[in-house]
Write a new protein. Structure first.
Ligand SMILES: Cc1ncc(COP(=O)(O)O)c(C=O)c1O
Length: 366
């Protein structure tokens, strides 16, 4: 991979570092600097630089504010026991960026610029790297059309930014076990339809999903289990995560061929680990009827969601139109726990990286 170096403008107003890592939460704090780069038609990507993380001027008529021609990624940097900072499968994020960019008619950022940009800004903000168990540095690369235009055509100028946010442990794992969430089975709204943008990481998918997530709270549920758009019959994703269901000894997840599922990097890692452990993993359609029947007859052993933010999130209960269906004993299952411990262990360098997934950066936490 080619390495790029970029000029740095340091902030003259460093922020106070969060002192209590137990209250970091998810992206409640952003570091002092960010990476920025511009794209102009005919010139390509140019002027990569590290600059203070502060508000940027944007014209009210800028196309992204009206037609949402934007895309983003989500990844994390982890502190190894020796202090070196590493990222996880960045090639997969770069490939997903490429697919999203193609769908959104946005010029993609190649992997070596993505990784060099992350490294450059992490170097400046290495002292922001949290150290307690369960914490990490969330990385948010995003690109948006930045041009005064109401023409609903692809922009000719784009801005690429990478933000860093020290992030806390997603779960209270005081008992050593992940906590299990309640999830509402969504039968009214849909997240993504065939031919749409479900497989791409674009803001519109998330804005359009907020009504459903908000309504789920009425049932004391953390988020929703999405069903397919055409028939409202097959399970797809859980909130902003991929979904896995263990019925007896078969672990099932929705296939990617419909184009409605975001191809999660954690999802792919879970599939590879389960295969490595000799478990039965099927990428197949699973109907809500089959799932609820399995919940009733006791063959449904586990449900869990996978994603960069929380790694693995066990689901203890499904709510269907107000009726609860408990998943096994309602607690985190053994496969979910093993996956969490292995994945987070590999990511933080505590478990040997037997899959070759980690990418150590030339940056050491302070
Ligand atoms: C809709 C959706 N599904 C699944 C995922 C999980 O993807 P990843 O494992 O790459 O974080 C995400 C992102 O976090 C997402 O937004």
């Amino acid at each position: 991979m080619q390495k790029y170096t970029f000029p740095v403008t340091r902030t003259t107003h460093p922020k106070a570092r969060p002192t209590d890592e137990s209250t970091l939460g998810f992206c409640n704090y952003f570091t002092d600097h960010m990476f920025m780069m511009d794209y102009d038609e005919g010139q390509g990507w140019h002027d990569g630089r590290v600059v203070p993380n502060e508000p940027i001027p944007i014209d009210p008529a800028s196309c992204v504010l009206h037609y949402a021609q934007m895309m983003f990624e989500g990844m994390k940097a982890y502190r190894r026991p020796d202090g070196q900072i590493q990222i996880f499968r960045p090639d997969m994020n770069a490939k997903r960026m490429e697919r999203t960019a193609e769908r959104m008619v946005i010029p993609t950022v190649p992997e070596d610029i993505l990784v060099s940009g992350i490294e450059a800004v992490l170097k400046e903000d290495a002292d922001w790297m949290p150290r307690t168990s369960g914490t990490s540095m969330y990385i948010r690369p995003f690109i948006f059309g930045n041009e005064i235009s109401f023409s609903a055509l692809p922009a000719k100028h784009y801005t690429f930014i990478i933000l860093l946010a020290p992030t806390g442990s997603y779960y209270g794992t005081t008992s050593g076990k992940l906590s299990a969430a309640r999830i509402y089975v969504q039968d009214k709204y849909i997240r993504a339809a065939k031919g749409g943008t479900g497989f791409a990481k674009v803001g519109g998918n998330y804005g359009g999903a907020m009504r459903a997530s908000e309504d789920a709270k009425k049932y004391n549920c953390k988020d929703v289990l999405w069903l397919d758009a055409a028939e409202h019959k097959y399970v797809e994703e859980i909130g902003t995560s991929n979904a896995f269901f263990r019925i007896n000894d078969e672990v099932i997840t929705a296939p990617l061929d419909s184009g409605t599922i975001l191809p999660g990097i954690t999802r792919d890692s879970v599939i590879q680990l389960l295969k490595h452990w000799g478990m039965k993993i099927s990428e197949r359609k699973l109907s809500i009827d089959e799932l609820l029947a399995a919940a009733k007859d006791g063959s449904l052993k586990e449900i869990f969601a996978s994603g960069t933010a929380a790694v693995i999130s066990p689901i203890g209960c499904l709510n269907v139109k107000g009726t609860d269906y408990q998943v096994a004993d309602g607690q985190a299952g053994e496969v979910a726990m093993k996956l969490y411990n292995t994945l987070y262990g590999i990511q933080t360098g505590v478990v040997e990286d037997f899959m070759g997934w980690t990418y150590p950066l030339d940056v050491y936490a302070k």
